[in-house]
Design a protein around this ligand. Structure first.
Ligand code: B12
Length: 211
């Protein structure tokens, strides 16, 4: 089994100590952090998502895999950050009110950081008021990213986007949305500037917003 396959399997099995060990080993073998993320960790989490959907994995199992992702990302972050270029800009990021999912959001944070952005990560269950406050307190922010995996939290996303637009009288903000519950059509409908399916594409797209 290759090192990447071992990482993938450890995330699927939910063994975070093994994930940490094998990732450390992979970095010693000079496997790029981005490759470890894209080719082992993200596919493993996707696979667990599929299994959960088909009732082949229960919640404790999913949480173990999510913990592997978190622990693994902690080790990968310095590598991803050193693969980046110069400072590009600042973004605010959060999962919208009513939604506690954070694996995808954390990946978005990592991808933006590795693309050279400073990321102000507000966390999960973030209300429109909290987004607005963060924008007010951080005048250097040019992009706000909202995430949701729950269709029941889509109205919160819509309200937050509307409130951000209304408060942005100088038109300095770009709003990006994503997460499993979001589609391109929904993003257009609520007036977001961009939607991408993956975190890697999100950071690439964001760069095009920065002149
Ligand atoms: C892990 C998980 C959980 C964990 C969350 C742990 C954690 N810390 O995040 C736990 C067990 C806690 C959980 C709870 C619940 N969950 Co859940 N969960 C999942 C699961 C299996 C995987 C999600 C995940 O981490 N995916 C991997 C990441 C990498 O993918 P991602 O988040 O989509 O992110 C990628 C992109 O979307 C994108 N992206 C993400 N955010 C953003 C933002 C921007 C701006 C951009 C551009 C891109 C972007 O980048 C990422 C990487 O490329 C999914 C199933 C699935 N197929 O997704 C269900 C799922 C999301 N959960 C679901 C549900 C219903 C729930 C519960 C309501 C269950 C319940 N009855 O209690 C609760 C809700 C709790 C709450 N209030 O939030 C449903 C949602 C259905 C729907 N459409 O509304 C799903 C789809 C399962 C299902 N098929 O039914 N869940």
């Amino acid at each position: 089994m290759t090192t990447l396959e071992e990482i993938r399997q450890s995330v699927e099995n939910g063994h975070y100590k093994i994930t940490e060990q094998v990732i450390t080993q992979a970095l010693k073998q000079h496997i790029p952090a981005i490759k470890i993320l894209d080719e082992a960790m993200v596919p493993a989490m996707r696979e667990m998502g599929e299994r959960y959907k088909n009732n082949e994995a229960d919640i404790p199992r999913i949480l173990s895999s999510a913990r592997c992702m978190r622990k693994g990302l902690d080790i990968l972050t310095p590598g991803l950050e050193s693969e980046r270029g110069l400072y590009v800009g600042t973004i605010i990021l959060g999962t919208v009110e009513g939604d506690l999912h954070d694996v995808g959001k954390n990946l978005v944070a990592i991808m933006f950081r590795s693309a050279g952005f400073k990321v102000i990560d507000l966390g999960v269950d973030i209300s429109e008021k909290q987004f607005l406050k963060a924008v007010r307190q951080n005048p250097e922010v040019s992009i706000v990213c909202l995430s949701t995996l729950l269709t029941t939290a889509c109205p919160s996303m819509q309200h937050a986007v509307k409130a951000l637009r209304q408060s942005d009288t100088e038109h300095r903000l770009k709003i990006m949305v994503g997460g499993g519950a979001v589609t391109k059509e929904f993003a257009e409908h609520i007036g977001a500037d961009a939607y991408t399916e993956s975190a890697v594409d999100a950071a690439e797209m964001a760069k095009t917003f920065i002149v």
